[in-house]
Design a protein around this ligand. Structure first.
Ligand SMILES: NC(=O)c1ccc[n+]([C@@H]2O[C@H](COP(=O)([O-])OP(=O)(O)OC[C@H]3O[C@@H](n4cnc5c(N)ncnc54)[C@H](O)[C@@H]3O)[C@@H](O)[C@H]2O)c1
Length: 356
């Protein structure tokens, strides 16, 4: 655990302090805030969380060890996370484990559509998520399968109940995307994205929510996108699926509130994961920020980062997957008991340019 960033709670003021850092030297709440840290109730989110992230090739070398927020925020909880083999799903799994949760990591570990234009996740990726989870002393149940198959999801829910006795948190994260002008799309290209992202997310809620009801409450977090809040050129099916997920989330929040289940959407901005780590996406984002109808077809990663960063309020070309995980831990925790039907944006500031 030596490489795990850990925030311990309990100094004289009831504020958590980071061992071995200058924050541990008798800081007051005011000192901590002045240094860039933030206090939420008794939990302290350290100044490092606000540090600038360099542009590097994270997507292919994701070794995030996880970090703790406060004292066992998710202690004793069981979290089911779809799309857990890598990217944002892996970061959420590892940070939830670091905060005390046992993890059920589900992933297809194979091609999602016949012509997938970016790297395919495999079983080794999911194994690696399991290894990182277990480093925190938590259990990892590995499940390989497809969120489009609701019978499989229901059988998985029964297996999880049998093994752990309860399910507390569900993160519907699995998704895909395709680039194609709307009028050039084949029928299957439209249907695949809608089916995978929107139906897959609905299936996940429909399959696992009954266990949460039985358990007397719980947390559901769905992954939407900034592209679920504005249109996206050549990505209409993705954008439509992500808008649909927000409608789904709000409807589920209305229905499940009486069962003490909160349902919220995490809204990432652009994040460096295998989903977006490709020349087509980099070319599109250069076109978006420069209003260039013909952006370079094969830009380098650094070119894309440098072109975009000045247009983002926090001056980053994109976020890292681990930037998203703290918000998921918060939404899954008791601290967020009164948050439901909400969208929670983690975008580097992209949403400051957006009305929603
Ligand atoms: N990366 C971004 O910039 C970004 C921005 C906004 C929203 N998001 C959303 O965040 C979530 C995670 O994306 P990511 O960037 O980590 O992508 P990713 O491709 O790195 O990871 C997604 C994982 O989901 C799995 N998956 C996809 N379809 C599946 C299915 N039918 N059944 C089971 N597993 C399936 C994949 O195998 C993969 O391991 C997605 O919902 C995505 O739409 C990402």
């Amino acid at each position: 655990m030596s490489d795990v960033q850990q925030i311990n709670s309990g100094d004289a003021n009831g504020i958590g302090v980071r061992q071995g850092s200058k924050m541990a030297a008798g800081m007051t709440r005011r000192d901590l805030l002045a240094s860039g840290g933030a206090i939420m109730g008794g939990a302290v989110f350290g100044a490092e969380a606000f540090a600038q992230q360099p542009a590097d090739t994270l997507a292919t070398k994701q070794t995030w060890p996880g970090r703790t927020f406060g004292d066992g925020l998710l202690k004793g909880k069981v979290a089911v996370i779809t799309g857990a083999a890598r990217g944002i799903g892996r970061s959420i799994a590892v940070d939830m484990a670091a905060n005390g949760a046992d993890i059920v990591g589900l992933d297809i570990c194979a091609k999602i559509t016949p012509e997938q234009a970016y790297a395919v996740a495999n079983k080794e990726d999911l194994d690696e998520t399991g290894r990182l989870v277990k480093q925190h002393g938590r259990q990892f149940m590995e499940v390989v399968g497809d969120v489009r198959d609701i019978a499989f999801l229901r059988a998985t829910a029964a297996q999880v109940q049998q093994r752990f006795g309860h399910i507390d948190i569900v993160v519907a994260n699995a998704a895909t995307q395709r680039f194609k002008p709307l009028i050039e799309m084949e029928d299957w290209e439209w249907n695949d994205v809608i089916n995978n992202n929107l139906n897959g997310t609905a299936n996940t809620i429909r399959a696992f929510a009954p266990a949460l009801v039985k358990n007397g409450g719980g947390r559901i977090i769905v992954l939407s996108s900034m592209q679920g809040k504005h249109g996206s050129k050549n990505m209409a099916s993705y954008s439509a699926s992500k808008w649909g997920i927000i409608g789904l989330m709000k409807s589920a929040a209305l229905e499940l509130g009486k069962d003490k289940i909160t349902v919220n959407a995490l809204i990432p901005g652009l994040v460096d994961t295998p989903l977006t780590h490709n020349e087509a996406r980099w070319s599109a984002l250069i076109g978006e920020v420069t209003a260039n109808e013909n952006p370079p077809k094969n830009p380098t990663e650094q070119e894309a980062y440098d072109t975009r960063a000045p247009h983002v309020p926090l001056k980053v070309g994109w976020l890292k997957p681990e930037d998203l995980a703290p918000a998921a831990v918060f939404l899954a925790s008791d601290l967020a008991a009164m948050v439901t039907g909400a969208t929670y944006d983690v975008t580097g500031g992209d949403n400051a340019n957006n009305q929603s």
